[in-house]
Design a protein around this ligand. Structure first.
Ligand SMILES: [Zn+2]
Length: 89
């Protein structure tokens, strides 16, 4: 009786689980895991917020336009603002 249950139910289940985990690892190897891509995006859109001295907008250091002024890095929301800042100097 017990061996019949094993043969009819547990064995196919084990095979199914084994195949599923195999397929999963196969898919994970074939394409880059989306989980790995998310932290990169977070870093890109994240970073430290700096205030644009021209328009007052807060910009991320990772996406901002930067200019070195008196040896210090200044962050701007756009090239326009950076040029306005330079003109005002
Ligand atoms: Zn600006």
């Amino acid at each position: 009786m017990f061996s019949a249950i094993v043969r009819e139910f547990l064995l196919p289940l084990l095979v199914f689980l084994l195949l599923r985990s195999l397929l999963r690892s196969l898919f994970a190897a074939l394409r880059p895991a989306p989980r790995a891509a998310q932290p990169q995006q977070a870093v890109q859109s994240g970073g430290v917020l700096k205030k644009d001295p021209v328009c007052g907008t807060y910009v991320s250091t990772t996406t901002a336009v930067t200019r070195t002024v008196d040896g210090e890095l200044v962050y701007f929301c756009s090239r326009e603002c950076a040029e306005k800042f330079r003109d005002a100097e």
